[in-house]
Write a protein that binds this ligand. Structure first.
Ligand SMILES: *Cc1c(COP(=O)(O)O)cnc(C)c1O
Length: 246
């Protein structure tokens, strides 16, 4: 169990604080879902666990949350063993380099950051070899600003059309990341744009009707994202506190 890099056990008040925060996020999610004519069952809460040590994540999984998202393949791999005994699903929500596909497929239940054909083809080919299938989201850059990740909205249709013969991958929907440091109202258009894009792509038949999920919204704006139709919100700091990047 213990290894040189096993983190210190958590203090009781840290555990209590994570549990309280989880309860609050769940309550706010339910309220926002109901306000948009849905129920809490329609909106999944993903815990964004970047930089968080495994013991903190374990508290959340033991508290009944089952969905985590990691940004870096390295962290996904490093924490996998420590979380192995607790039922959960881990998604990759950060950029994926082609040379890390194999590692990722060993531990991720879903890749939310598919944003180019070359990467998609690499993933699909590897899945063929492994005789596996995988859930994915196409990440779209709806923030109208330069950003390295996410395909431009007007290129999403062509990419999604190409994915049709990538039969090892099951497209669940679209994902976007709001730019940091913006007010919720400034971020809102990037969420409504993602919803409108989904409607357009499903309406035209470019995207299968089952691919209706929208992964969007973070600690500062998840209620707004739910109001815009999010089916999955990704919260980190409001559960675990500020991240320690040291
Ligand atoms: C960090 C992160 C989140 C969560 O951010 P918080 O503001 O801590 O809730 C959500 N999505 C992605 C892709 C992230 O990197």
């Amino acid at each position: 169990m213990s290894s040189p890099d096993t983190p210190e056990p958590l203090a009781d008040d840290q555990v209590a604080s994570i549990r309280d925060n989880l309860d609050e996020v769940a309550a706010r999610t339910a309220t926002a879902a109901e306000a948009s004519g849905r129920t809490s069952a329609d909106v999944q809460v993903m815990l964004a666990t970047k930089t968080q040590p495994a013991p903190k994540i374990r508290v959340a999984l033991e508290h009944g949350f089952t969905l985590i998202g990691e940004n870096k393949v390295q962290e996904l791999v490093a924490k996998a063993d420590d979380l192995d005994d607790l039922e959960h699903e881990a998604h990759l929500i950060g950029p994926l380099q082609k040379n890390k596909v194999n590692h990722t497929l060993r531990h991720a239940h879903c890749i939310q950051s598919v944003d180019n054909l070359e990467l998609a083809t690499k993933i699909n080919n590897r899945l063929e070899v492994l005789d596996q299938t995988l859930d994915i989201f196409v990440q779209v850059n709806t923030s109208r600003e330069d950003s390295k990740s996410g395909i431009a909205p007007d290129e999403a249709e062509a990419l999604i059309a190409e994915l049709r013969d990538h039969t090892r991958m099951r497209l669940r929907g679209l994902m976007t990341i709001g730019l940091p440091g913006r007010t919720p109202e400034e971020i809102r258009p990037s969420y409504s744009d993602l919803r409108e894009l989904r409607e357009k792509l499903i309406g035209s038949g470019a995207m299968p009707a089952e691919a209706k999920e929208l992964s969007m919204g973070m600690s500062n704006d998840f209620e707004l994202a739910i109001a815009e139709g999010a089916t999955m919100v990704r919260v980190g700091s409001s559960v675990f506190g500020a991240r320690d990047y040291t």
